[in-house]
Design a protein. Structure first.
Length: 255
């Protein structure tokens, strides 16, 4: 199921891409600027720091900040489709999360957010800046999970607050969880390859985009096998990003 979600997010983000391009909903004006990757990384660091501080200081303000950011994100994700009326579906998402924060509601909200964010960043960054971003974030995720371990604390806070920043798949044992970022980050390269590269297509997908998606899915598969063997939290991006990058390079070579 987790692998299916990963693939569906990539394909749905690709389907969203023409609408987002028409609406000119971009994060960066210059998609070829490699410093965009550093700005993205800096934003993640600041966001993580704010969440960790508020987790210790005030759960109320943490909820207020998180749901405000979720509403703004949802509004921009829906905007290319509904314009100013996006306030309606955005409000529905927030109310649903507040009133019925069950696994289904969280997963649906996480899926919508993941697809929209992937599409927006995918059309805002050319492949080279995305490759830089994937490498930086893979290293950061490794350190944050295995060394400082603050990413584990962050995940626990997200689960406690029932925020749509994790995909949660119930199992007979403990639930399988995958961060939205683990799905979004590698699939940004999928959308970027589809948007900016000139390449032959297979079933409507440019070859590097297709191989990036496949590579990311294979990296995720290895992660799940690794997690099953070693029963503990693991950094997802080193596995998934490596698969996506390798798939992208193979796609560029054969196309």
């Amino acid at each position: 199921m987790i692998i299916l979600i990963f693939i569906l997010v990539g394909l749905t983000a690709l389907a969203f891409t023409p609408t987002y391009e028409s609406a000119n909903v971009k994060v960066f004006e210059n998609p070829s600027d490699p410093t965009n990757s550093l700005l993205y990384f800096l934003a993640i660091i600041v966001f993580t720091a704010i969440v960790m501080i508020l987790t210790r200081k005030s759960e109320f303000f943490l909820k207020l900040v998180m749901y405000s950011l979720l509403f703004i994100s949802a509004f921009y994700i829906f905007y290319p489709f509904f314009g100013i009326l996006s306030i309606i579906p955005s409000s529905i998402v927030i109310v649903a999360l507040l009133k019925r924060p069950n696994t289904l509601t969280i997963n649906i909200s996480a899926f919508l957010l993941a697809c929209g964010i992937t599409a927006m960043f995918g059309i805002s960054l050319e492949p080279i800046p995305v490759l830089v971003l994937l490498i930086i974030l893979a290293v950061y995720d490794f350190v944050a999970v295995y060394t400082t371990k603050h990413m584990i604390d962050l995940a626990e806070s997200v689960v406690k607050l029932k925020l749509p920043l994790l995909f949660i798949i119930p199992t007979d044992d403990k639930p399988t969880m995958l961060g939205v970022g683990d799905v979004v980050i590698p699939n940004i390269l999928t959308v970027s390859a589809q948007t900016f590269l000139n390449s032959p297509k297979i079933f409507g997908l440019k070859i590097p985009a297709l191989t990036t998606l496949i590579g990311g899915a294979l990296g995720l598969t290895i992660l799940l096998i690794f997690a099953e063997k070693f029963k503990r939290a693991h950094a997802g991006l080193p596995f998934i990003n490596s698969g996506a990058i390798l798939g992208f390079l193979i796609g560029c070579m054969i196309s």
